[in-house]
Design a protein around this ligand. Structure first.
Ligand code: ATP
Ligand code: MG
Length: 656
């Protein structure tokens, strides 16, 4: 049986298991936090799982509802419904109520890549979103229609989501870095009636010509009747008569007021495609009421939001992190949300630190891939900045290697800011396993403990519990309000992918283990687990050992078939600035892993590369490396790959 499950039989086989550093919540932080002690967290957690209806009703009562719900939760598994009969509007809760209570507060603090700054107050946002919504209506967009959004990180992008939510149109944001064919697939998958876009967007000093890509895509998208274009770069674009209109022209000719549509709690809010790290992207559908409550509450408690925060999540709105933690979560909490248009290394490698100091950012939320890049660029870029405004840090997207965590803690948090390593997924809508920063001590590399109402378990494929300390499948055993309700147009795939693998539980696809303190350690995707002579190794453990070596910047580890051992370990490594690849270093690194984890984990192949293949959201795509290590070819879906040149180069090296 152990052969079928993700169990690390030899507990020495885990470098993160040997991670014993613990960082209690800083006293000063805890003193002011919403939840300031472990006892408080534990009491509230207990209530949230023992009396979920009372707990979630209480949470929901912080939002404004047009009509109350008759039942908190109805049904289970893929059929759970939340806040049954309740009527609510997300745009109202993000904008209207703050426009009344704090009209002068900056809602969106935006910095363009070339350096211009815009500050939009809640009152201004209220006005602009209403006009935007009326433009949609004037174009014939109705409640329930699907609207594709393909824009750069401009305030108008946030407004586009809010305007759709206001009138009950279902938005489908497509990341602005995707090519035309990805756009075609996603627009046609849900028959979008309109596309919201902009002329172009600045990235790393050049313009991404978004409208031209839309034009190309729309030759193959018969459902699209109109295109609304926000003018950002002022470059010349083609406007198709009868189909395309300028937003700035249209807003002048519509009414200033647009009442919010009363949405049923279970009406769809949006469709969003997953990053495509493991396969073909799936269009997850999120609904309104439960998603509102989940994103509101997690933002409040995990980012510990207060009225005076300047909050910056660096994710693009094209990903779920941007939906939940650039727009809906923080705006329901009425804080100032910082948005930045461009690249972290433009014009130079210190852009993020400059932004933090200039705008006095208090809460900063980014991804391990960005942190590893900062480390690679060298400390001289960050050392000259004060960063004294920061009080809390977050990370999301991949497991964070303990060494990257420590750098984040020292260099960005100045050993003063707690770090929330937040584990969650597009499917879960909101944070699931994460420190509550004033209450839960952190351990580098662990997402720590479950959020309120979330019941994660580590089990075998048969659903049997796995003892603490051993790896297994991460499942969630109770429904929660912000979970996705289906895959657009394919409810069967939804049930099969998430509710059939392990009987009676939501299957995450990730491997993890729990330690004796009840902390969760994510080990990587179950599909990526490597089986060496019957020992099952998570990719995370070996990669973290490699990254812990001073000369290594990033590492990706995959298995390839091996006659003797079942699988052999292939490692792909990028080096820190200033180090050269050599045979000697290759041997040194293989030995290093053997010493850190055990001889079994020693990579059989170790290749140096300038870059690793990543999704557009910055995650390492191990499945492509696995294909490459196994067959020397890459045939899998590469539509969400950031830079195909990386794969091409690896393949060339292979042939050489
Ligand atoms: P696809 O489902 O198409 O393969 P994806 O899983 O990368 O794409 P997302 O929903 O954006 O798409 O990512 C969720 C996944 O990211 C999680 O299942 C997990 O593997 C990983 N992840 C996110 N945050 C963390 C974290 N804090 N620690 C460890 N892993 C994380
Ligand atoms: Mg996934």
């Amino acid at each position: 049986m152990a052969g079928q499950t993700l169990v690390t039989q030899n507990t020495n086989l885990s470098s993160t298991l040997r991670e014993h550093r613990v960082f209690p919540p800083p006293a000063e932080f805890a003193a002011k936090a919403h939840i300031g002690s472990l006892a408080e967290y534990e009491a509230l957690y207990k209530k949230s799982v023992e009396e979920p209806d009372a707990f979630w009703a209480d949470a929901a009562s912080n939002l404004e509802w047009f009509a109350p719900w008759s039942q908190v939760l109805d049904g289970s598994g893929p059929h759970a419904k939340w806040f049954v009969d309740g009527k609510i509007n997300l745009c109202h809760n993000c904008v209207d109520r703050h426009a009344l209570s704090t009209p002068e507060k900056v809602a969106i603090l935006w910095e363009g890549e070339p350096g211009e700054v815009r500050k939009i107050t809640y009152a201004e946002l209220h006005e602009q979103v209403q006009r935007f919504a009326n433009v949609l209506k004037a174009q014939g967009v109705k409640k329930g229609d699907r609207v594709a959004i393909y824009m750069g990180m401009s305030p108008e992008l946030a407004m586009a989501l809010l305007a759709c939510a206001r009138i009950g149109a279902v938005h489908s944001v497509i990341f602005g870095g995707f090519a035309a064919h990805a756009l075609v697939d996603r627009i046609n998958d849900s028959s979008c009636v309109a596309v919201l876009t902009q002329d172009g967007s600045f990235r790393r000093g050049s313009e991404i010509k978004l409208k031209a890509i839309v034009d190309e895509a729309l030759t193959k998208c018969p459902s699209v009747k109109s295109v609304i274009v926000y003018q950002r770069t002022k470059s010349s674009i083609n406007m198709q008569e009868g189909r395309d209109i300028w937003l700035h022209d249209a807003v002048g000719s519509v009414a200033a007021e647009c009442p919010c549509e009363w949405m049923d709690a279970e009406d769809p809010l949006y469709i969003l495609y997953t990053s495509g790290t493991t396969g073909k992207p799936k269009g997850l559908v999120h609904t309104t009421g439960g998603y509102a409550v989940g994103t509101y509450l997690t933002s409040k408690y995990v980012f510990d939001l207060r009225g005076d925060d300047v909050y910056w999540c660096t994710a693009d709105i094209g990903w779920v992190t941007g939906h939940s933690y650039v727009v809906y979560g923080p705006m329901q909490n009425g804080v100032t949300v910082l948005m930045y248009e461009g690249a972290p290394n433009f014009p130079e490698n210190d852009r993020f630190w400059k932004i933090i100091d200039e705008h006095k950012v208090t809460v900063f939320y980014t991804a391990p891939t960005a942190i590893r890049a900062f480390i690679k660029w060298g400390n001289e870029w960050i050392e000259k900045y004060d960063l004294g405004s920061l009080r809390l840090l977050g990370t999301v997207g991949e497991p964070i290697n303990p060494e990257a965590w420590m750098w984040y803690h020292r260099m960005v948090g100045k050993e003063r800011c707690p770090i929330a390593d937040t584990w969650w997924q597009t499917e879960t809508g909101a944070l699931m396993i994460t420190p509550i920063p004033g209450a839960i001590a952190t351990k580098p590399g662990s997402a720590t403990r479950p959020f309120f109402g979330i019941v994660p378990e580590i089990v075998t494929k048969e659903g049997e519990p796995v003892p603490d300390g051993q790896g297994g499948l991460l499942v969630i055993s109770k429904p929660w309000p912000s979970m996705a309700r289906t895959i657009y147009g394919d409810p069967k795939r939804y049930e099969e992918a998430y509710f059939s693998e392990v009987p009676g539980k939501y299957f995450t696809g990730d491997g993890a283990r729990r330690d004796q303190d009840g902390y969760f350690w994510l080990m990587g995707r179950v599909d990526d687990v490597i089986n060496v002579s019957g020992h099952r190794l998570g990719t995370m453990e070996i990669e973290s050992a490699l990254v812990a070596h001073t000369k290594v910047a990033e590492a990706a580890v995959v298995g390839r078939p091996d006659e003797m051992k079942g699988q052999a370990i292939a490692a792909f490594v990028t080096l820190e600035h200033g180090y050269e690849a050599s045979d000697e270093l290759r041997q040194e690194l293989r030995q290093w892993v053997a010493k850190e984890i055990g001889a079994l984990a020693r990579p059989d192949d170790l290749r140096f590369t300038d870059a690793l293949p990543k999704t557009r959201s910055g995650k390492i795509m191990r499945r492509l490396l696995r294909e490459l290590a196994t067959t020397g070819e890459v045939k899998g879906d590469t539509t969400t790959l950031e830079d195909f040149a990386v794969v091409a180069k690896l393949r060339e090296q292979d042939e050489a």
